[in-house]
Structures are given as structure tokens and as C-alpha cells.
Design a protein around this ligand. Structure first.
Ligand code: AGP
Length: 609
């Protein structure tokens, strides 16, 4: 996913563009660039690497566009960096997404005498705009015609050197318009212009926006519906401090440490202990919920591991079979889904291409949809039939932490509400569950206090070649998430297994000192089995790290390290048991001198397939 910022106003564009890019760098950081217009000439500055590299130059001009890239077509070189110019240097364009038929369009343009400087699909788009501009002398028409030739996803902003307006269009990649005083903005994320204005308009798919310094028009790209569309102006209610590091060395550590706060936000206003009620609205017809015979949960990465917790909870309370699939598989397997089914999508960003496509496939098949989402106003948030925001605030670190725990709390609410609507649970049972949920922030605070001990354990495994995470029941999901955290920021090979599967193959890999992470919760019905798994691995010389709420003689004699957690019921264990694993991954990566917030090859939200 890439970051886009654009400015048009009375001020010099460059400072706004660079500040905005720095706020969006978490979205992708292979290369960056800026284009402005000054005295009727396009000024262009691009560089491989990070936004920091752009600061050596200041371009004049009161209209500009800029971009920080996560490479999809072509390596991160200067030529492949955005903005891209057409061959007459009159139109500049930045793009987030993928033009799937770019090769065919490129061939057609080459036959018309166009030449290309880059390997990107984006350059094809700007050359196509140039072609149509040569026929219409109208930027909006040129953009419409170019986009009608295109197959794919995009969020784009362009300008023409002789026209003081920004032209933006969106299909599948987020774009938001910021409304200022004699200045307006367009960006992938409102964080880019938040210190200038909190007034925003979220563009929808197939919107085209024409933005001048003191006006804007939003129309439909759909043929025959070119009239203006109305988009409601909204106000951003979070502040920039939630986007800045607040004194922490990394966003990831800040976001780990702020989980008591983010969980309080997720719980806020949703529990009424006096009535024992959950004030979470599931906008689905009661008769539909009562007749539910199957639920699908579809997500990617960390969100797909939270999905397994959702499966556990819904099956525990309502005994409805729940299928969990990664979105990249579900959307292409000709899913067995229809009007009687509920498809739940889980996504921190609300923009992940595979999950968004799965949601659209579900809706096309007539299924009802529900989203567990963090980013307000994101594509998925706007397209689901119903949803629960996790209110974790902006999550900047590429490795998801507070979003996962927020998702698990939200899934607890969802499972309880479904059970209430179906009368699968008595009121007292719901009350018991929400009384436990209410304690989550303080329980997480107690887990975070173990950070120094966890840092010590991290120093003991920082040179491991591989690490296994093994769990049972609901803690298999915790093992999944722990393995992903470690691998994606420390680059140590990490795998999860159902603990019972070790003896069916993986145990062959164990050798003296091989770290194995597992869970020991005393009220876990698999408590004894978990101890047996530890002894099995220990017998092969493994280095046992136990996330444990209870220490007995067996554990003391077999565990090389114990990461202490409080005792909680099963419904909270993925939240409580994951905290030490988040910290373990962070400290191992720190000890290895890894990048942490922006791990190699990754981006915060994968809005390409
Ligand atoms: C999590 O640490 C990863 N960065 C990644 O797996 C992420 O969870 C996945 O890309 C899904 O993102 P989403 O929740 O925004 O859809």
C-alpha cells in the first residue's frame, strides 16, 4: 500500500506534502517523490528510499502531489518512484493500487508513439491521460476516459500544469479530501493533513473529485451517472499524538504499551453492568440471526488469527459451526455462501485487498456481512451491512498488536450479542462474561509490568534459527499470532503448531536449545496435556518458554523461562497470553538491531493482491 498527499491553496505546497508523507510512511517506504507546478512548469523530485531523502530539495509551487511507495511493479528505483509525468511533462500523477491491464494499454500507447521511462503500471495511466487530454483538452474527461480503459484498483491524484485543480479518483484504494481555509488537501489517510484541518470527506469507490483551493466537486465515474454526488463532511476526532511516538523508541512498543487504553476505548459505552447488558448493535434482522446455521470469518494475517478466537467464542456460546478462511483463499474457492449466511470480515485497516474482495464476493452471493474493523470510514467499514469498530486508534507499527487485542474484545462482544439475540445464553451467563471483559485493561497492565523479565528471555533466544509456538484450544490462535509477531519483525523463522501435532512430525526438528513457546493456564481443560507437551519437548533438549498463570513442580523442572500472566477464563486468554509474546518479539527484534516499525518487504496494509 502506498501513501498519497496532495495540496492546493494559497501556501507553498512542498512543506505540507513532505509533512504529510512522513505521517503516511508506515503505508509503504520503498521510494518517494513530489511534483509541484511553478510558473506553468512541473517541478519534480523523486528518490529511492524514505521520505527523509526528499528534504534536501524544496520545490516551489502552490499546487502539488506526493507519494511514498510500496513497490508492486518494478523495483524501488528513482524512475519507478511516483509522481509520474506524461511525456509532454504537462500532467503529473500519483497512484495507489494496481492497473491489471497495464501491459496491454502500454502496448497500445507504444503503437501510438508513446515511450516509457519506468516499469510501472502508473506511468501507463498518466500517458493514457495525456492521450485523452490531447483529444479533449479537459482534465476531467481525460481522467474519465483513461479510467474507463483501466481494469484494476486505484486511488489517484493528478494535475495539469495549466490547471490549478487536483483531480482525484478512487476505486479500491482509500482517498480522503481535507477541507481547509483557502487550501484543500487529498490524501490516503487524514493523518497527512490533520494539523491543518479536521474537516474531511471520504471518497467512495467510483468517485471522482475535482478540488481547487477553495472549492471541490465530487462526481461519479460511472457512465451515465456523471452528475455530482453528495459526500457528507465529517470531523476527525482523534489527535496527532496518537499518530506520533509519544516518547517511545518505536510505534510498536508505544502500541503494545497503550493496550490498556485502547481496550478501554473498545469497551467504552458497550457494557452496562447494572442491566448486565451489552450495548453493541448488530444491524442484522433478528430472524436472520436466529436461523443462522453457518458463519464464515474471512481475514488475513493477524486478523485471521483473531478470527480463530471468534470461531472459538461463537461455537462456545451458540454452537453454530464457524469456518475461518484466509481471504486470499476464500475469495477464489467458489465459496459455499448465500442469503442465509453471515460472513464476518476482520481487518485493522479496512483496506486489505484480499479481505475487501472477499467481502464483495460474499455480498454478490447474497450473504449478509459484518465487519470487525479499526479504521473508521475505511472501505470495508463503509461496505459491510453491520459492524463493530474496535476503536484502537491509529496503528502505525506494521506488526499489529493493539488491533489484535481489540479485535478479540470486539469478537467477545459479537459472540455474546449473537448468543443473546438467539437466546443461546441466559442473562446471568452474559453478565458473567462482561464482568470478565471489564477487567481486561487492568489485567493487560499487569502483563506489561513483566517487560523487563521478558526482555531478559529475549536476549537468550535472539540468535535462534527457528522458534516453535505451540498451543491448544483457544491458545492455538495465540500461538499463531505469537509466531507471526516474532517472524515479521525479527526475521527469525517461527512456526505455530497445535501442541498435539508435535509428535506427528515437527518434533523431529527439535534439538538442544531449540526454543519452544507454549501456554500453561491452570483452568485450561488441557492443562495436563500442555504439561505433557512441555515434557515431550524438554526430553529433546528444547529451550522451553512457558506463558503461565500457575507454576508447579513439573513446570519448574521443565521450563527454562516462565512468562507470568494472571489467571483468566478461556475467553480472555488470547488477549492476556499474547502480551508477553508481543514483547518477546519486540525485544528479540531490538536485540537483533532490526527495523521493527517498518520490517523489510512488508507494509501496514496490503491493498494489492
Ligand atoms: C500483522 O502483524 C501483519 N502486519 C499483517 O499480517 C496484517 O495483520 C494483515 O495484513 C491484515 O491486515 P488488516 O487487519 O489491516 O486487514
Amino acid at each position: 500500500m502506498c501513501g498519497i498527499t496532495a495540496y492546493v491553496g494559497d501556501g507553498q505546497a512542498y512543506p505540507y506534502l513532505l509533512k504529510g508523507l512522513e505521517r503516511l510512511e508506515y503505508r509503504g517506504y520503498d521510494s518517494a517523490g513530489v511534483a509541484t507546478v511553478n510558473n506553468g512548469q512541473v517541478q519534480l523530485h523523486k528518490t529511492p528510499g524514505k521520505v527523509e531523502q526528499l528534504k534536501s530539495t524544496v520545490l516551489p509551487g502552490k499546487i502539488g502531489i506526493s507519494h511514498t511507495r510500496w513497490a508492486t511493479h518494478g523495483p524501488p528505483t528513482k524512475d519507478n518512484a511516483h509522481p509520474h509525468l506524461c511525456q509532454t511533462n504537462s500532467i503529473a500523477l500519483v497512484h495507489n493500487g494496481i492497473i491489471e491491464n497495464y501491459a496491454q494499454l502500454r502496448g497500445q500507447l507504444q503503437e501510438k508513439g508513446y515511450t516509457f521511462k519506468s516499469d510501472t503500471d502508473t506511468e501507463v495511466l498518466v500517458q493514457l491521460m495525456n492521450y485523452y487530454y490531447g483529444k479533449t483538452y479537459n482534465m476531467e474527461m481525460a481522467l474519465r476516459k483513461a479510467l474507463h480503459d483501466v481494469v484494476g484498483a486505484y486511488g489517484i491524484v493528478a494535475f495539469h500544469k495549466d490547471d490549478p485543480r487536483l483531480y482525484a479518483a478512487r476505486k479500491g484504494s482509500p482517498l480522503v479530501v481535507g477541507i481547509g481555509d483557502n487550501e484543500n488537501f487529498v490524501a490516503s489517510d487524514p493523518a497527512a493533513f490533520l494539523d491543518s484541518t479536521r474537516r474531511v470527506l471520504y471518497l467512495e469507490d467510483e468517485d471522482i473529485a475535482v478540488v481547487s483551493k477553495n472549492d471541490y466537486e465530487i462526481k461519479s465515474l460511472c457512465v451515465g451517472e456523471e452528475e455530482c454526488v453528495h459526500r457528507t463532511e465529517e470531523s476527525i476526532d482523534w489527535d496527532l499524538s496518537s499518530v506520533e511516538k509519544n516518547g517511545f523508541e518505536h510505534f510498536m512498543l508505544k502500541e503494545i504499551m497503550e493496550q490498556p487504553e485502547s481496550l478501554k476505548h473498545c469497551l467504552a459505552g458497550r457494557i452496562d453492568l447494572t442491566t448486565g447488558g451489552i450495548k453493541v448493535t448488530i444491524d442484522l434482522p433478528e430472524h436472520f440471526v436466529k436461523r443462522l446455521s453457518k458463519i464464515s470469518i474471512v481475514a488475513c494475517g493477524t486478523s485471521s488469527y483473531a478470527a480463530y478466537v471468534g470461531k472459538y467464542l461463537i461455537e462456545k456460546y451458540s454452537r453454530i459451526p464457524v469456518e475461518v478462511d484466509v481471504a486470499s483463499e476464500w475469495r477464489y474457492k467458489n465459496p459455499i455462501v448465500g442469503p442465509e449466511d453471515l460472513v464476518i470480515v476482520i481487518s485493522q485497516s479496512g483496506e486489505t485487498a484480499d479481505t475487501l474482495a472477499a467481502l464483495r464476493e460474499a455480498k454478490k452471493q447474497g450473504a449478509r456481512s459484518l465487519g470487525v474493523i479499526n479504521v473508521v470510514g475505511s472501505s470495508m467499514a463503509r461496505e459491510v451491512d453491520s459492524g463493530i469498530y474496535i476503536h484502537a486508534g491509529p496503528e502505525i507499527g506494521v506488526a499489529s498488536t493493539k488491533a489484535f487485542t481489540g479485535q478479540v474484545v470486539a469478537l467477545n462482544f459479537l459472540a455474546l450479542r449473537l448468543a443473546e439475540m438467539r437466546k443461546d445464553l441466559r442473562h446471568e451467563e452474559v453478565l458473567l462474561a462482561i464482568q470478565e471483559l471489564e477487567k481486561t485493561p487492568e489485567l493487560v497492565t499487569s502483563c506489561l509490568k513483566e517487560a523487563p523479565e521478558i526482555k531478559e528471555v529475549a536476549s537468550q533466544i535472539k540468535d535462534a534459527k527457528s522458534v516453535f509456538f505451540i498451543g491448544r484450544g483457544v491458545n492455538l490462535a495465540t500461538a499463531m499470532e505469537g509466531a507471526l509477531k516474532l517472524k515479521e519483525i525479527s526475521y527469525i523463522h517461527s512456526e505455530f503448531f497445535p501442541a498435539g501435532e508435535m509428535k506427528h512430525g515437527p518434533i523431529a526438528l527439535l534439538e538442544p536449545g531449540f526454543p519452544v513457546v507454549t501456554f500453561v493456564n491452570k483452568n485450561d481443560p488441557m492443562y495436563e496435556k500442555n504439561l505433557s507437551s512441555i515434557q515431550e519437548a524438554k526430553a529433546r533438549g528444547a529451550f522451553i518458554i512457558a506463558v503461565a498463570d500457575h507454576v508447579d513442580a513439573v513446570l519448574t523442572s521443565n521450563a527454562d523461562a516462565i512468562l507470568h500472566v494472571p489467571t483468566v477464563p478461556d475467553i480472555l486468554q488470547p488477549i492476556i497470553n499474547v502480551i508477553p509474546l508481543q514483547l518477546l518479539a519486540y525485544y528479540v527484534a531490538l536485540a537483533r538491531g532490526c527495523e521493527i516499525d517498518q520490517p523489510r518487504n512488508l507494509a501496514k496494509s496490503v491493498t494489492v493482491e
